[in-house]
Design a protein around this ligand. Structure first.
Ligand SMILES: [Zn+2]
Length: 174
């Protein structure tokens, strides 16, 4: 596994990159989408909560993402493994230091910190904590391609949407 913050040798339009994306897509569309958004830097870090085969980890690394598997526990005490990926070593370290070997929790503080790492606008995170899934002005399609629930009249989400749309469309085509 490479620990270097890569220079991005692979261009997203290159056949090689598209090939890796297609393979990720075969494992899971959402995994490939998160990988793409994180590779592009739209999300500083992403978390995959389902089990991931070694091939998946390898593919993420091939597209210049740093990966780490983090042990957590759920309420029952059962251990779960999360996979996190990022282009930024500091984000990986922050996540590991904050959440490694800790129980999964949904406190406001946790949601705010996760929001920061996952690239969610703070206005949306805070609104969601107060009132989850409150109506907003997005279309169903726009809301569907996001990982955060946009706040009403959000000033940040509309500026993020084109980048999300590009990544989603590219993935659907590849
Ligand atoms: Zn917002």
């Amino acid at each position: 596994m490479s620990n270097q913050c890569c220079d991005g040798d692979l261009h997203p339009d290159s056949p090689e990159f598209q090939g890796y994306l297609r393979s990720l897509k075969k494992i899971d569309f959402e995994l490939a989408y998160l990988a793409m958004l994180t590779r592009e830097g739209i999300k500083p870090l992403s978390r995959w909560e389902k089990p991931l085969v070694d091939e998946g980890l390898e593919l993420l690394q091939r597209i210049d993402l740093l990966t780490r598997q983090v042990q957590r526990t759920v309420k029952t005490g059962k251990e779960v493994v999360e996979t996190i990926f990022s282009r930024t070593p500091a984000c990986i370290r922050l996540y590991e230091k904050t959440f490694g070997n800790t129980p999964i929790d949904k406190s406001a503080r946790t949601q705010q910190f996760e929001g920061f790492l996952f690239g969610y606008p703070p206005c949306c995170v805070n609104h969601y904590i107060r009132k989850p899934y409150a109506p907003n002005n997005l279309t169903d399609r726009e809301q569907k391609i996001l990982f955060h629930w946009a706040c009403r009249d959000c000033k940040v989400t509309p500026t993020l949407l084109p980048a999300y749309k590009n990544a989603y469309d590219l993935l659907e085509r590849c």
